[in-house]
Design a protein around this ligand. Structure first.
Ligand SMILES: [Zn+2]
Length: 310
């Protein structure tokens, strides 16, 4: 008679294998500039933190009221922990939890992405009221990881007009978790960099390209309709020529285009669509794409085909 392991038990070898797989996938899919921008953001954040803590201590010694920013920086570890806990609590009590019985197709998508990316457990997933807004996000609190999808975005794939678009979005969000973007320590490390104009947004954009790579690796066919939905919403998405948008990444240029991208947390949509179409080079962080930089095999991409030759 063989002894059955208790429920939830994961063999050490299997756990090790899962971790190795996750590392391998991360290494393959991470944007090549993400770790560099992360290190710059951590260093810049540490400088601001040191200045803030110093100012706070000075104010206490001199019995003055500390500067608001200095106070926020000193309280950052608790503040961050509290805000992440609040976010999860709001989802738990206001969101629709995606479970094997509530939106089973979507639950299967979350579970499939988690398994493919080597996560040891399936993240919690929620649908929240979008009120017309198109958005989705991933975060964590303690050891829990979770994603949430705005209802308007969920409806694009929910029951199930375009399941691949939703599959791509869910894989993008689970990809954030697999890539370590939802870690408390990471968020704390870059806490102050969010106040630095170029550095914080550049890191964020590199993370978005990484998450798009996860989405593409899991469901390449969903990326075009996901981008079209981000461009024009859940009703017009079917009539969008996403190739025309991707082409404009190369055509639209100038100082103001540069500043719009440089200040954005997500790559501007044309660049993002271009990066998903041209798999021969990573997405551009600061300078507009100039067309394929190397000869790549034809993309496995029914909706996004390369633009006309120049
Ligand atoms: Zn994202």
């Amino acid at each position: 008679m063989t002894v059955q392991p208790p429920p939830g038990y994961v063999a050490v070898d299997a756990a090790r294998e899962t971790l190795a797989r996750r590392r391998q996938i991360r290494g393959a899919l991470r944007h090549p500039l993400e770790l560099f921008t992360l290190v710059v953001a951590i260093l810049a954040s540490a400088v601001i933190l040191a200045v803030g803590v110093n100012a706070f201590i000075d104010a206490v010694i001199q019995q003055r009221t500390p500067n608001t920013y200095a106070t926020i920086l000193v309280l950052a570890p608790v503040l961050l922990w509290f805000l992440r806990g609040q976010l999860l609590a709001k989802l738990r009590v206001n969101g629709v939890k995606i479970t094997p019985t509530q939106y089973p197709e979507a639950y299967a998508m979350v579970a499939e992405a988690a398994r493919e990316f080597g996560l040891s457990r399936v993240p919690d997933a929620y649908v929240v009221l979008g009120n017309g807004m198109i958005n989705a996000a991933a975060s964590g609190h303690g050891f829990r990881r979770f994603i949430f999808v705005y209802s308007d975005l969920f409806e694009v794939g929910g029951r199930l007009r375009n399941p691949d678009a939703l599959r791509f979005v869910i894989a993008h969000e689970v990809g954030h978790i697999a890539a370590g973007h939802a870690s408390y320590w990471r968020w704390l490390g870059i806490f102050a960099s969010n106040w630095i104009p170029l550095i914080g947004p550049a890191l964020s954009r590199s993370q978005e390209y990484t998450a798009d790579n996860f989405g593409y690796a899991h469901c390449p066919h969903g990326s075009a309709s996901a981008m079209a939905t981000l461009a024009a919403g859940k009703y017009l998405n079917a009539s969008i020529d996403i190739n025309a948008i991707a082409d404009r990444a190369e055509q639209e240029k100038g100082f103001f285009v540069w500043t719009v991208n440089a200040a954005a947390s997500h790559p501007v949509l044309a660049w993002r669509a271009h990066a998903l179409r041209d798999r021969s080079a990573p997405g551009r962080l600061l300078w507009r794409p100039q067309g394929p930089t190397s000869l790549a095999p034809p993309p496995d991409y029914p909706h996004l085909t390369p633009g006309p030759p120049r």
